[in-house]
Design a protein around this ligand. Structure first.
Ligand code: ADP
Ligand code: MG
Length: 240
């Protein structure tokens, strides 16, 4: 099991955000998380790399207890994260953005990191942008750089939190294509998304969250054609 969360609970003060969440994700699986705004999707994702602490339950990542383990940085190296807002450093070029973490955290040589950055930029179709600053890029290009930057650390798991939600519609496709390529190469991926077509097409499993609970966890086929909960039916009727 690559990710195993058991009965996790998370609250912010009085507000219970994750109420009793259990999930298992195996190597190479692509899991999309869908659900209404405020249902706890981002919080769940953030708990999986300990950007948020949990108050109950356990999380095991690649055989390591995420909560007990002191070497959180070592575990995090295996987990790439891509956010809605790309979080690129504006004062660094594309290549400088990409090599920062491997050089600083993994003590990779700059030369090796640059070679790898070029390979990855080529993979996401942006090799010609390697020396430009982020503000010269479109939103779709920025997000493709953000994905390449996460991959530069050689992660075993990639977490995506609404990676296309901040993009103009014409740029959504190019980012989804990069994600689909990654999925076909066997990357383990957890993707919070509102792109139902993508979820249906690429996910091995779809999880529907509502009010801090997982209400459905099933194949895309079953979720989209035959959801069992009324809440999921209602949600899908609104978004599809
Ligand atoms: P989603 O990603 O499904 O829209 P979130 O996980 O962002 O949902 O949020 C779930 C709930 O937790 C919301 O009610 C949100 O306001 C609340 N929340 C999220 N982060 C924090 C925080 N840092 N402090 C307090 N409340 C938060
Ligand atoms: Mg969110």
């Amino acid at each position: 099991m690559v990710i195993k969360a058991t009965n996790i609970k998370k609250h912010f003060g009085e507000l219970e955000v994750l109420k009793d969440i259990s999930l298992e994700i195996t190597e190479g699986e692509v899991v999309c998380i869908i659900g209404p705004s405020g249902s706890g999707k981002s919080t769940l994702l953030r708990c999986l790399n300990r950007l948020e602490e949990i108050q109950a339950g356990t999380i095991n990542i690649l055989g390591n207890d995420l909560v007990k383990n002191k070497k959180i940085d070592k575990i995090r190296e295996n987990i790439g994260m891509v956010f809605q807002h790309f979080n690129l450093f504006p004062h660094l070029t594309v290549t400088e953005n990409m090599i920062l973490a491997p050089v600083e955290l993994k003590k990779m040589s700059k030369a090796d990191a640059k070679v790898k950055a070029e390979e990855l930029l080529d993979q996401v179709g942006l090799l010609d942008k390697k020396d430009v600053y982020p503000d010269t890029l479109s939103g779709g290009q920025k997000q493709r750089v953000a994905i390449a930057r996460a991959l530069e650390m050689n992660p075993k798991i990639m977490l995506f939190d609404e990676p296309t939600s901040a993009l103009d519609p014409e740029m959504v496709g190019e980012v989804l294509k990069v994600m689909k390529d990654l999925a076909s190469k066997g990357m383990t991926m957890v993707i919070v998304t509102h792109e139902m077509g993508f979820a249906r097409d690429v996910a091995d499993r779809v999880i529907f969250m509502d009010q801090g609970y997982i209400l459905e966890d099933d194949t895309p086929e079953n979720i989209f054609t035959n959801p069992t909960s009324d809440r999921c039916k209602e949600f899908l009727n609104k978004v599809i």
